[in-house]
Design a protein around this ligand. Structure first.
Ligand code: GAP
Length: 450
């Protein structure tokens, strides 16, 4: 699993993610369930921060974008009308000998790569997870777990438009879980059957679609740069006609250069008026607005930036993961593993580490820890750790990406100062305890801008 272009072994990364509490395999005590993952204490912090940054950028800082949280289970008609029951499928082939299944559009061989057996005919396989409402499992009660959050936005278009009392251009955003019964999964958290999306549907006058499409492609690309992904590992790729989803006039993917090659992390689609027209026709509800320039009722076009949250996490972990050879205090060469995450997304910003467990040091260190933890200035997540040697504790913090460690030693009792150690340079500086909060604020914001 090691890449030729970015020397990261995905198994190493997954092992660090597990060891340090970012991502665990789901149901692990029962042997795990393929391609399903749980986010641990640090993973959830990372996830929460990314979602918050996205919400801030796509809702809070915008004048005309509003939030929504629609349900995962919706009326089954939604999926018929949206075209998902008939079109949301991938081509599947099955080996006649071992029953291994493949996506035929991704195959390079003509026989089964698992056992060499003959492959059956290719057929379309619908990716939606079917379920039943209530106790009777028959088709009249069947519905689906949503494969995208977007439909929840379309069916609430009228509700939101009425409450905000304005006409397009405006957007509706939501984040949440989606489910796809993918034929093939893999590459850790890259392709899974349950994942989280961050989507925004931007409703525009039909003749402004191309202008807004370009705007949201650029805006989405910049959002990734601000998160700390490097420009030379990101690209925008336009779908050719054969790739376009059934609803799309044009789609541009933002791709990240993963260890196995370029992979989609977001798609920005021009969905035209496909969804609203279909829902308007089939529900009998008028989903148009009165366009003052055209002096007529029109159904708006939709530009949709759609982000996969788990893929953002995957890209950030890959980008941040570094192994370097360093010389220890005993003169030995060792490998230092660190996550060079921007402080904006790092799960823990500061770790307070007393040099020894002795009560006099613990007391002072705990006081510093509490002051920082409840600081109104930084609002950081601060860890306190007094177990094992200081070297091991630094390594632990490096591995979880903590930008700053504060070490309290015996001198601190006399000089009322502590040492700040920076994760990336490993530089250590002595700082008076009274200046610590301001110093941390300055260093974290400086690093965030790097
Ligand atoms: N509403 C538009 C839509 O669903 P999509 O390109 O199918 O578009 C949007 O999905 C994003 O969701 C993708 O760019 C990707 O980041 C993420 N995504 C899609 N399928 C996924 C899966 N099986 N596992 C993890 N993330 C996935």
């Amino acid at each position: 699993m090691t890449s030729p272009n970015h020397q990261i072994d995905l198994e190493e990364l997954a092992s660090l993610a597990k060891r340090r509490g970012f991502v665990f395999q789901s149901s692990e005590i029962y042997g795990g369930l393929a391609s399903t993952w749980d986010y641990g204490p640090l993973g959830i912090e990372l996830k929460r921060k990314i979602k918050e940054l996205w919400w801030n950028q796509f809702v809070i800082k915008q004048e005309n974008i509003f939030g929504l949280d629609s349900s995962i289970i919706m009326h089954p008609k939604v999926w018929d009308v949206s075209g998902h029951t008939s079109n949301f499928s991938d081509p599947l082939v099955e080996c006649k000998k071992c029953n291994h299944r493949y996506r035929s559009d991704q195959m390079t061989e003509s026989t089964c790569s698992n056992c060499g057996g003959e492959l059956g005919e290719s057929r379309l396989f619908n990716l939606m997870f079917k379920t039943f409402l209530g106790p009777v499992e028959d088709n009249t009660n069947a519905t689906y777990l949503r494969p995208e959050t977007a439909q929840g936005i379309f069916v609430n278009f009228l509700n939101v438009k009425n409450t905000i009392n304005r006409n397009p251009p405006f957007g509706i955003a939501q984040t949440g879980k989606s489910f796809r019964n993918e034929i093939t999964t893999g590459n850790f958290i890259f392709r899974t059957r349950e994942f989280e999306m961050m989507e925004m549907e931007f409703f525009v006058p039909p003749d402004e679609d191309e202008k807004w499409h370009e705007y949201w492609i650029n805006h989405s690309f910049d959002w990734y740069l601000n998160l700390g992904l490097s420009k030379n590992r990101l690209r925008i790729r336009e779908h050719d006609q054969t790739e376009l989803a059934h609803y799309s006039k044009a789609t541009h993917d933002i791709e990240y250069l993963f260890p196995w090659g370029w992979g989609e992390i977001a798609g920005i689609a021009n969905r035209t008026n496909y969804d609203l027209t279909a829902h308007s026709d089939q529900s009998g509800k008028d989903l148009s607005y009165f366009d003052e320039t055209l002096k007529q009722h029109v159904i708006p076009y939709v530009i949709e930036p759609s982000f996969g949250l788990d893929r953002v996490i995957m890209a950030l972990l890959i980008e941040a993961y570094k192994e370097e050879t360093v010389v220890s205090s005993k003169g030995k060469e060792e490998t230092r593993t660190s996550l060079k995450l921007s402080p904006v997304v790092a799960p823990v910003q500061v770790a307070v580490l007393p040099l020894s467990k002795k009560d006099v040091l613990s007391e002072l260190a705990r006081e510093i820890y509490k002051n920082l933890k409840f600081s109104e200035l930084i609002k950081p997540l601060v860890y306190y750790d007094e177990t094992q040697s200081i070297g091991r504790r630094y390594r632990r913090q490096d591995e979880i990406g903590t930008p700053l460690c504060v070490t309290v030693d015996f001198e601190s009792l006399d000089d009322k100062a502590v040492t700040i150690r920076e994760r990336d340079s490993m530089n250590q500086t002595r700082i008076p305890i009274n200046d610590l909060e301001n110093e941390i604020v300055a260093r974290l914001s400086h690093k965030a801008q790097d």
